[in-house]
Structures are given as structure tokens and as C-alpha cells.
Design a protein around this ligand. Sequence first.
Ligand code: NDP
Length: 486
Amino acid sequence: MTVEPRASIVWDYAPAPEATDHLRLRDRYGLFIGGDFVEPADGRYAPTVNPATEEVIAEVAWAGPADMGRAIEVSRAAQPRWAALPDRERGKFLFRIARLIQERARELAVVETLDGGKPLRESRDVDIPLAAAHFFHYAGWADKLRFGVNAREVAPLGVVGQIVPWNFPLLMAAWKLAPALACGNTAILKPAETTPLTALLLAEICQEAELPEGVVSILPGDGAVGAALVRAPGLDKIAFTGSTAVGRDIQTALAGRGVELTLELGGKSANIVFEDAAIDQAVEGIVNGIFFNQGHVCCAGSRLLIQESVVDEVVAKLWARMGRLRVGDPLDKNTDVGAINSAEQLERISELVAAGEAEGAVRRSVQCELPERGYWFAPTMFTEVAPAHRVAVEEIFGPVVSVLTFRTQAEAIEKANNSKYGLAAGIWTDKGAKAFEVASALRAGVVWQNTYNHFDPTAAFGGYKESGFGREGGPAGLRPYLRVAR
Ligand code: NDP
């Protein structure tokens, strides 16, 4: 008998690109005002670009002052009628929007990936289903509003201006619009300059749902359009998600004007791994915490605090796992890490990473073949990080994790809280009591235990300190859109 040597098997993934031939994208999108797409008064259009290829996807109108005035006028006219609808009827419109998002889920996921660079796996499995879930959730609240605020009498605020960032374009639009509409407000949404498309598809969905005209307006544009919306007379509230610097500017602009405000800002969230954690599970959680959406996540677990006794093991396993991340074409269903959202963001990440090296932290970046065009950054880990290093203090908003260590539980809490931010945190431990004890000592709006970046429309989300104020999600998310009788 002869024994054949076994051929070695090379495991690799075949390309699995999602199709784009089912898309119904227009070449040009106007502003969405009064239930219709309209030309901007000054005729200004700008291209929106695919960050993975640098190709133009469509031209999008930018709102000028005259358009903004018109949008506020129609929103104001529509608001009393919208608020006067029986609560259940308002709820039905939100249900319809949720169902239409589900029906168009595949198309929305592909457009989100094309416009923003995030892996299709994430837009398909996270962004779009969660956006629908938020509309479903608040559809259910529309006729129960007073029970969300301790059975007090409630009234809508009026017309709200909402400004969202580019990291979760449709999901952030859903977080903002669903509770605002459920509470009887009308809304003017400004999507981010680099990712306006899914908000414009949502405008089409509002048309399909026969939402009364003027209830939702969508005004794309750059930061100046956002700044003008904040300063425009005739709004009752501004809701903003984005950077702390812009949040500060908005707060200053609104001071003394009697306009309600909620801010969901940046973060530098601590992901704390104790020695008694299930290490392999923790490593998966660390990866999900920082490499999900290329780290363009306000609550990203960007400060990794590891107990000293297990630091070598965790770092070795994390580094091995990082080496298996698939970086590249966001439309490929096997891709884990897609394109950086814009050239500006890539520059910001590169600048902070260079500062980390210059300050003496040790950088390791995964070697991967990156496409020639587009904006890319290889998954990166910093060790030997001191708490004062910029990479331990500033929001990088990219696929970069900074590793710090601690010896005791008290030290872990102190280091985790040693930040101007307070958005989120993660705790990895086998001991339930320890998790509760640490969670209650952390100054963070959301604390995950043995998981990370886990979102649910029924749960409140928001920050402390320079991460902002106000909550989105769950019954707590109704409060910022209601006047509540004392
Ligand atoms: P911004 O805060 O500038 O953008 C968020 C939104 O606000 C966008 O729609 C933006 O428009 C708009 N905007 C910009 N300037 C103003 C203004 N003066 N008044 C009102 N609205 C304005 O974030 P960036 O895109 O510039 O990102 C910078 C950094 O901010 C990132 O590196 C990251 O650290 C952080 N960031 C944090 C986010 C979070 O969720 N915590 C989200 C996004 C960014 P436009 O896009 O057209 O400029």
C-alpha cells in the first residue's frame, strides 16, 4: 500500500461582490421640500463621491438661504395639521415608512455602502435593519406618548432642525426623524456633505408612504448649510450628532434664543478587559468595538484597557485576529473593513497616527493590499501608550486602537473616567457583580458587558461631559421632542 501525502489546502475567499444593477439612482437629486424634489434657488449642485473608487455617484443640490426659508415655512404650515392627526394615524405613517425601508433594504444597503465606504455586510445587517427598527419602535409610541413621560400631558415642540453625520447616514436620520414625527413635530434634516444619498432615498420613501407634504424636508449641503440651519429663525429645536467642536459652536449660536437643543458628540470610549474575561470572546468584542465601520463610530472602543496580567495574551491574540481582517472593496460581502469616508477624514487619521508614533507609542499596522484608488487605512494598534498621548486622548474616528494597561479594578475605573468624553464603555469579565460595580462607577452613557457596539431601538443612547446631552432611543428618546406639563 502506498500512502499519498495530503495536499495542503489553501483557504481563501472567492470574490463575492454585491450587484449594483438593481439600483434606481438618479443622476441628480434636488432638495426635498413640501413633499417634492425641487431645484435649489441658486441652482447649486455638488457631486457625491464613492470613497472606495473616487467616482462620482450623483449630483446633489445644496440648500441656500432662500431654500431654507421655504423649508421652514412649509414645515411650519404642516406642523399643526400633522400634530392634529389622531395619534394612531401618525403611527401608521411611521409603520409605512418602516415597511418601505424593509422593502427597499437591499437597494438602501448598497447605496449606503457606495456613498459612505462601509462594508456591505454592515449596511445590510446593521444600518438598514436598525433604521427600519427605529421607525417601527416609534410608530408604536405615537399613541402612547404620555406613558413615555410618567403619564404627564404632552405637546410637540413644533418644527425641528436635525443635523446628522456621515458615519451612519440612514440610521442617524432614522434616530432623529422617527421620534420627532411620532411626537407630532415636523422636521428639516441636513445630511452630511459626503453621504446625502440614503437620506434622499428616504425622501422618496416618504413620498411612497404618502406622508403629508412638509412633514419631512431634506436639505443637503456642507457644514455652512448646517450652520445656517442652526441660525435660521423659526425653528423650535436643533438635534445634532457630530463632532464636539461643531456641537460647541451650535450651543454658542443657540444660547439665549429659547431653541431646544440635544447634542450627541464625540467619544474616546474605554473597552476594559479584566483578567477573568473569556479572552477569545473579548478579542472578538475588541475587534467589533474598534474596526466596525472603520472605527467611524462615536462610541468606538478606541481606548483598550487591559489588565496587566493578561496583556501579552490579549495583544497577541488581537494582533493575530487583526491579520485576518479582510480590508478592501466595501461591496464585497466578505469585506470586514471598507474605505475611509473621505480624503479629509483619512488625513485626520494619518495625522493623529503620526502624532502617536512621534510621541513614542509603538505602532503596528496590518499589512494588506489596498486598492490604488480610494481612501484606505490599514487596521492599526498602538501599544506602550501613555494616558497623555494624543492617541489616548483624542477621537481618531478611524481603525486605530490604543492599548493601555491597569493593575486593579480601581485603576481601571480611574483610567476609563480620565477623559473629557463620556459616551460609552465596555467591560469584559466573568463576574457579574464586578461588571455591575464597575459599570456604576463609569461616567459613560452606555456600558456594554461582554459585548460591544450593540444597538437597539428600545435602549437609550447618549453621553456625559463633552459627549453631549439628551438621549436617543427608547422612551427616553421621546422626551427631547415633547413639551411636558409639570
Ligand atoms: P462634523 O461635526 O463637522 O459633521 C457633522 C454634521 O454637522 C455634518 O452634517 C456637517 O456637515 C455638519 N456641520 C459641520 N459644520 C457645522 C456647523 N458649523 N454648524 C452646523 N452643522 C455643521 O464632523 P466632521 O465630518 O467634520 O468630522 C470631524 C470629526 O468629528 C471626525 O474626525 C470625528 O472625530 C468627529 N465626528 C464624530 C461623530 C460622532 O458621531 N460623534 C460623527 C462625525 C464626526 P458636513 O458633513 O457637510 O460638513
